[in-house]
Write a protein that binds this ligand. Structure first.
Ligand SMILES: O=c1ccn([C@@H]2O[C@H](COP(=O)(O)OP(=O)(O)O[C@H]3O[C@@H](CO)[C@H](O)[C@H]3O)[C@@H](O)[C@H]2O)c(=O)[nH]1
Ligand SMILES: [Mn+2]
Length: 406
């Protein structure tokens, strides 16, 4: 089957057979060459479409999710890139407050009363008074792709001064394969102007479907509170023109402020854990989601990319407030990381939901003794999956025998 994910890579299958199976060339050559060439053509057309499309790519297949406690004037700067897309706004805090959305945007807005009405008792798994509430938007969306962005993130410029269409770059990242099994030293081989380098096995050049695209930030970097306190004036002005697949078996600190993912492939794992009101910890919601997501992607043979696109993160939140939110997480994570590194998912965990519930069981068994919070979090993870499946009664991601998800 040829799609954005595998079409370009049949080029490598074609070369692979050409070089390594001359004996079968007669019949196979004809089969490979015709299927490869049509795939290559289809894929080249698809890739060309992404950059020159008149109609925005994935216009009806992608939702933009924004958690907010303030008016959304920041959208005016994003208008050229966001206006064609549907927004899901998750209003946190006081539901009686009116959030102003600039004219011209197509959106749905949910406040805490809506969350409670839609989820009933299961609303307990959605954080209150924390950006973690954004995951409610992931759950109610009906689209294949999600892009989530904070309301203090603006359009950045690349070194040439050109405004960066972060959404377009995330879409390119998601529509091209990842390479978690073998690191390509010239970064993302599917971008224009680069490729696989010598010594990269041809049998691995097809890559795997990309589940997550993790973007970065110019100006205020996503530092933790201690780093913010010792480096209050540090700003990130380094634009690195690279996209990389995070290798299998390696965890990473996923930041939720400039993030996109394939909801069909990994949506149920994108639970931003219990934070904010009534919880002993904050600003670890996206980290929790990222650790669960990466373990599941590794198990199901899915890819996670990080790097471009950049956004301009304008606001440094208060480091002292952040320290109060983060401090337990800063020492708990010294136990959490070894836990996630040791998580083994059984072969019969063939869907994201099954994987996620297995992780939730192991959280309760192994982290419950660290703090009772993790017993609550494990229960909330299970509630999240119940709520997800109620709102999204469809099949989960199935891992194929060769570990490649479909
Ligand atoms: O109680 C709240 C507070 C904020 N929000 C919305 O969430 C995002 C992020 O808020 P903010 O930019 O003020 O906080 P940062 O410290 O810069 O965010 C970092 O912490 C991460 C985890 O929370 C976050 O993803 C990082 O960017 C804004 O849209 C606020 O409006 C909220 O919904 N509820
Ligand atoms: Mn911010």
């Amino acid at each position: 089957m040829c799609n954005n994910n595998t079409g370009a890579c049949s080029r490598y299958k074609f070369i692979y057979y050409l070089v390594f199976f001359p004996a079968e060339l007669s019949d196979r050559f004809l089969v490979v060459s015709s299927s490869s060439i049509s795939c290559i053509e289809q894929n080249l057309r698809a890739m060309a479409a992404i950059s020159k499309s008149a109609t925005p790519v994935l216009k009806d297949e992608l939702d933009i999710v924004i958690p907010t406690i303030r008016n959304l004037d920041f959208l005016d700067m994003w208008r050229p890139f966001f206006e064609p897309y549907h927004l899901i706004i998750v209003q946190d805090g006081d539901p009686s407050k009116v959030i102003k959305v600039p004219d011209g945007f197509d959106y749905e807005l949910y406040n805490r009363n809506d969350v409670n009405k839609i989820l009933g008792p299961k609303a307990s798994c959605i954080s209150f008074k924390d950006s973690a509430c954004r995951c409610f938007g992931f759950m109610v969306s009906k689209k294949k792709y999600i892009f989530t962005i904070d309301d203090d993130c603006f359009v950045a410029k690349d070194p040439s001064g050109k405004e960066i269409n972060a959404l377009e770059q995330h879409i390119k990242n998601l529509l091209t394969p990842s390479t978690p099994f073998f690191f390509n030293t010239l970064y993302d081989p599917y971008r224009e102007g680069t490729d696989f380098v010598r010594g990269y096995p041809f049998s691995l050049r097809e890559g795997v479907p990309t589940a997550v695209s993790h973007g970065l930030w110019l100006n205020v970097p996503d530092y933790d509170a201690p780093t913010q306190l010792v480096k209050p004036l540090e700003r990130n002005n380094r634009f690195v023109d690279a996209v990389m697949t995070i290798p299998k078996g390696t965890l990473f600190p996923m930041c939720g402020m400039n993030l996109a993912f394939n909801r069909d492939l990994i949506g149920p794992a994108m639970y931003f854990g219990l934070m904010g009101d009534g919880q002993p910890i904050g600003r670890y919601d996206d980290m929790w989601a990222g650790w669960c997501t990466k373990v599941i992607c590794d198990h199901l043979g899915l890819g996670v990319k990080t790097g471009l696109p950049y956004i301009w993160h304008s606001k440094a939140s208060n480091p002292f407030v952040n320290l109060k939110k983060e401090y337990k997480g800063i020492y708990w994570q010294e136990e959490l990381i070894p836990f996630f590194q040791s998580v083994a998912l059984p072969k019969d965990c063939t869907t994201v939901q099954k994987c996620y519930l297995e992780i939730s069981k192991q959280v309760k068994a192994k982290l419950g003794k660290v703090d009772d919070y993790f017993n609550k979090l494990a229960d909330a993870m299970a509630t999240w999956i119940e709520a997800w499946d109620e709102l999204n009664p469809s099949k989960g991601t199935v891992a194929l025998s060769n570990g490649i998800a479909k």
